[in-house]
Every structure is written in structure tokens, then in C-alpha cells.
Design a protein around this ligand. Structure first.
Ligand SMILES: CC(C)(COP(=O)(O)OP(=O)(O)OC[C@H]1O[C@@H](n2cnc3c(N)ncnc32)[C@H](O)[C@@H]1OP(=O)(O)O)[C@@H](O)C(=O)NCCC(=O)NCCS
Length: 112
């Protein structure tokens, strides 16, 4: 599993940015992603980042994960990777404290 986290966001009013998150396929659906986001949110709060943004490829069905965790659609942008254009969608949490509250009831790793 990989989580790339906490860097200062240059987007809108959001203070922190989740760069990317990737869970190995065999570990998905066990609460690992939620636990990583929770850990990141705690770390952001400790570093006085009070809001968070994440960019996801618009065509990636896994972006719905962020909606499940309460992320609100913010905006879209076009990006270029090598010579191809892609659309990205941003999801944001304006209040890290609320995110942490909503995640607090479901911690730890479970069976699939
Ligand atoms: C997206 C990803 C990080 C989720 O991690 P995970 O460990 O499988 O997720 P969790 O088990 O912690 O799930 C937490 C909640 O999100 C929901 N969820 C997980 N994947 C989802 C998806 N693709 N669409 C909608 N909801 C999703 C779960 O149902 C769960 O909600 P519930 O507790 O209400 O049932 C993981 O599937 C992944 O690494 N995907 C491939 C990489 C990728 O595309 N990453 C970028 C995402 S844009």
C-alpha cells in the first residue's frame, strides 16, 4: 500500500492536499483506505491544516471512495501527462475536524 500525503495545496481555500492513495488489490475493502485517510487527517490537524483537497482522474471509478468519505466535489481541471490530456476532479473537506468525527466510528482493519 502507498499513501503520499501532506503537502501544501495551491488550490483554492484548501490548506492541505492528499497527493495520491493506492492500496494493493488484495487488501482493498478492509478499511485500509479509510484508516490511511484518518491518519492523514489527524496529521494535518496537528500541523494546523484545517481543510483538505484531493485530485482524482475523472474517469477513475475509485474516486467515489472520496465521496463515500464525505468529500465534496469542488471543481475540475485538465492536465497533460506526456502528450495526452486528462480531466481531474477535485474533492474537498472544508473542515478536517468534521472529517475526523465521521471517520472515528470505523477504525481498524477488518475482513473483506
Ligand atoms: C480507492 C481505495 C484507496 C479505497 O481503499 P480501500 O481500503 O479499499 O477502502 P476502505 O475499505 O477503507 O473503504 C472505506 C469506505 O469507502 C467505500 N469505498 C471503497 N472503495 C469505493 C469505491 N471505489 N467507490 C465507492 N465507495 C468506495 C467503502 O465501501 C467504505 O464505505 P463503508 O464503510 O460505508 O462501507 C482503493 O480501492 C485503491 O487503492 N484503489 C486503486 C487506486 C486508486 O485508484 N486510487 C485513487 C483513487 S481516485
Amino acid at each position: 500500500m502507498v499513501a503520499q500525503i501532506v503537502r501544501k495545496s495551491n488550490a483554492a481555500v484548501y490548506a492541505g492536499e492528499l497527493g495520491s492513495i493506492y492500496i494493493l488489490e488484495k487488501y482493498r475493502g478492509r478499511g485500509v483506505g479509510r484508516t490511511l485517510v484518518q491518519s492523514l487527517a489527524k496529521s494535518m490537524m496537528e500541523h494546523n491544516f484545517d481543510s483538505m483537497l484531493v485530485w482524482a482522474l475523472a474517469k477513475n471509478p475509485y474516486r467515489r471512495f472520496y465521496e463515500t468519505l464525505g468529500g465534496e466535489y469542488v471543481c475540475s481541471r485538465q492536465i497533460q501527462i506526456r502528450s495526452s490530456n486528462f480531466e481531474e476532479a477535485a474533492y474537498g473537506w472544508r473542515d478536517i475536524t468534521s472529517l475526523l468525527s465521521s471517520l472515528s466510528n470505523a477504525t481498524g482493519f477488518g475482513s473483506p
